[in-house]
Design a protein around this ligand. Sequence first.
Ligand code: MEV
Length: 424
Amino acid sequence: MTTQSRIPGFRDVSPAGRRAALAEHAQLAPDSLDALATGGLSLDQADHMIENVVGTFAMPVGVATNFTVNGADVLVPMVTEEPSVVAAASNAARIARERGGFHTSSTSPIMQAQVQVLDVADPEGARARLHEAAAELIGLADEQDPRLVSLGGGVRELRVRTVPGRGGSYVLVHLVVDVRDAMGANAVNTMAEAVAGRIGEIAGGRVLLRILTNKADLRLARARAVFAAEALGGAEVVDDIVHAGALAEADPYRAATHNKGIMNGITAVVLATGNDTRAVEAGAHSHAIGADGRYSALSHFEIDRDGDLVGTLELPMPVGLVGGATTVHPAARAAVGLLGVTTAAGLAEIVTAVGLAQNFAALRALATEGIQRGHMSLHARNIAVSAGATAEEIPVVVHRLIADRAVRTERAEQVLAELRSAGH
Ligand code: MEV
C-alpha cells in the first residue's frame, strides 16, 4: 500500500493520535514512530556525533499533510520552532493537489571541490597543462573512493579557472564529482586533498585551499505547481500574488524575506532528515544572485492560460541519504522512512516542493489578510491548550480570544470557566 497524505482531522488529534495515523497512512514501523516521539537520539549517540557533548536539544517535529509530488502522496516531516509553518505548508499542498500537486526534476547529484594554486608564473599555460593531465588527475581522485565509483559515481570532469588574486592570478581546479546518494562533502574533500600535490606540480605553483564549493550550481532541484484561481478567491488574488513575487524579483529587501519564507519549509525538512542545513542555505544564497549580479527571488509566480497561478522554484539542493547524521540519528532515519525516499535526488525534489509550498502560502497570506491573523489563531490555540481546554473546547476558546483581541492565558482561563459553568 502506498502513502496517503490526505488525513482528515490530523491537526485535531493528540500527538499520539497523529502517530497512529502515520502508522496507518504511511505504514511507519513502531520503532520509527518511537524515534519521532522521543527525538530518538541517545546521549551516547550524541556524544559520538560532536565534541564536548553535555546533552541533547529537543525541537518539535510536525508532519505536513496533503503533499503529492509527481503523482505520489508523501507525508513530510518538518522540524521547526516557528508556529504556522507546518499548517501553511499543508494548506498550500491541499490547494496545489487540486491541480495535480507538485512536479519536480533535478540534475545529476554533482558536487564540486576547488583546489587553489598560488604563485603560478603562467596561469594560461598551467590551465592547458592541467587539462592535458585530466585523465591522470581524475584517476587519482577516483582511486580515493572506489565504492562511490562502483555505485556509478565519481569524477565526471575537471574544470580549470583563473581568478584575480593577491599579486597575480589564482589557478582554480574544480573536480566535478557525481556523489550519488551522499551529500558529498567528505567524498569531494578527500579527493581534493589527494590530488592537490599533483595539481601543484603540474601547475608549477603552491597549493593552498582544497575544499568543496557550497555554490552547488550543478546540483539543482526544481519544483512547479499550479494553484487554481478559484481556490484562491479569484483572479484578483492571483494577480496580487504575482505582484508580491514581482516585488521580490525587483527588490533585494523584499527578496531576502521572500527567500526566508522558502527556507522556512526547506530548512525544516533538511533538519528533520539530519542533513546539513547550512550547506543548503549557502547554496540557496549563492543561487539567489543572478547572472546580472543582483540578489533576487529564488521562485517565480506567473498566470497561466487558464488564469491559474503557476509557481516555480529552482535552487541547489545538496542533501544525502548516506553518511552523516542521516544514517546515525534514529529520528532522521524515521523521517527518511516517512518520506519513503530511496535516493538523494528524490529527497532533494521533495524538499524543493516544500519550499515552493511554503513560499506560496506566505505570499497568499501577505497578499490577502496578512500573516498575523493565522499566527494569532495558532498562538491562541496554544494558549487555549495551556489553559487546559479539551479538544471540543479549543475552537470555542480560540474564537473568543481572537474576537476579544485578548490572546492571553488569564483570558483563556476565564473563558473556560464561563464555558464550563454554562455547560452545567
Ligand atoms: C516568516 O517566517 C516568513 C515570511 O515573512 C515570508 C514572506 O514574507 O514571504 C512570512
